[in-house]
Ligand binder design. Structure first.
Ligand code: DGY
Length: 323
């Protein structure tokens, strides 16, 4: 029997690429080049499965290409706001993602940003590298305490809960959260976490605010100027979710006016472009979407995609179907 034809849009960890080669007639992207919309359309026409990732855009205009051979989009990533799900459904395309395996690494990165923002880590590194450091003095680069401070989580799914555990058990942080539906009682008890009635209430109460809601139309610019204005002047904003959850220009204005203490960002509107206004500020720490970027996590993500493809091509229930 002919092997199914599978198209991988970006370079994956080598061990998973080997497994793909053993099971499928696979086309890899050895050069890791960002592909164009026309290349995605062609892949949908020529392959049984296409495996995009979070930096590949699949709007309806791409998904509606004629003479499609593709039946499944095996997304490498948990977020899928880069795929127009409604259009994909209308085209009878199955979509899968990779939940669960990137929880701890993404939560670790959110803590990294929280600590860097609190203790001005990136700014200190720049000072040393620029050879401008004059030596220790009592008032140099004073910053914010993390231990015992209040962490407010907007969204309280897997990654937020993992971050809350690290923050609470590791740093004695008080946990508050906002989530439209009730959270698991066992987690709430373990963390002694308090629910906020509204995002506004959370923004007013937390010392560190970490965003954990999905991207897309429903959360676009959720954190806008009026919301930022509610934050304490000593508070920090951390975003490892999606860039468009925060209105970038409002954040730039807020940081520039030193209306809040700082921010730590791993995601941006219109990635990989980063707004010039952010690049010029010292009170924001900027990382290049590293949330899940550990060897073990990226390998596990690839294996999850493989499991989803295997299930589909063997007519088994598909573990991580989202559309
Ligand atoms: C995802 O999987 O959605 C992440 O953003 C990648 O780290």
């Amino acid at each position: 029997m002919n092997k199914a034809k599978v198209f991988i849009t970006r370079k994956w960890p080598a061990s998973v690429e080997e497994q793909l080669k053993a099971r499928y007639d696979v086309t890899l992207n050895e050069d890791d080049r960002a592909l164009t919309a026309n290349e995605f359309k062609k892949a949908l026409q020529d392959y049984d499965a296409v495996c995009p990732t979070v930096c590949d855009s699949f709007p309806s205009e791409v998904l509606k290409v004629e003479n499609k051979r593709c039946k499944i989009l095996g997304n490498f990533g948990v977020g899928y706001n880069h795929i127009d799900i409604a259009a994909a459904k209308a085209e009878n395309l199955i979509i899968t993602n990779t939940p669960g395996v990137l929880t701890e690494s993404t939560a670790d990165l959110a803590m990294t940003l929280l600590l860097m923002s609190a203790r001005r880590g990136a700014e200190g590194d720049r000072l040393v590298r620029s050879k401008q450091w004059q030596g220790w003095c009592p008032t140099q680069m004073m910053s914010s305490d993390v231990t015992s401070a209040t962490l407010g989580l907007i969204g309280f799914g897997r990654i937020a809960q993992a971050m809350a555990k690290k923050a609470h058990h590791g740093f004695g942080m008080k946990i508050i959260y906002y989530k439209p539906s009730p959270a698991e009682p066992s987690v709430i008890n373990e963390l002694k976490a308090s629910a906020c009635d509204s995002i506004e209430q959370l923004l007013q109460s937390a010392d560190f605010i970490s965003l954990h809601c999905p991207g897309g139309d429903s959360t676009r610019h959720l954190i806008n100027q009026p919301m930022l204005d509610l934050m304490k002047p000593t508070a920090h904003l951390i975003n490892t979710a999606r860039g468009d959850v925060v209105e970038t220009q409002a954040l730039i204005n807020t940081l520039k006016a030193k209306r809040i203490a700082g921010a730590g960002l791993d995601v941006y509107e219109d990635e990989p472009k980063v707004a010039e206004g952010l690049l010029q500020l010292d009170n924001v720490c900027l990382l290049p979407h590293l949330g899940s970027a550990t060897i073990a996590t990226r390998t596990a993500m690839g294996k999850k995609v493989l499991k989803n493809l295997d299930a589909f091509f063997n007519n088994q229930p598909i573990p991580d179907r989202v559309g």
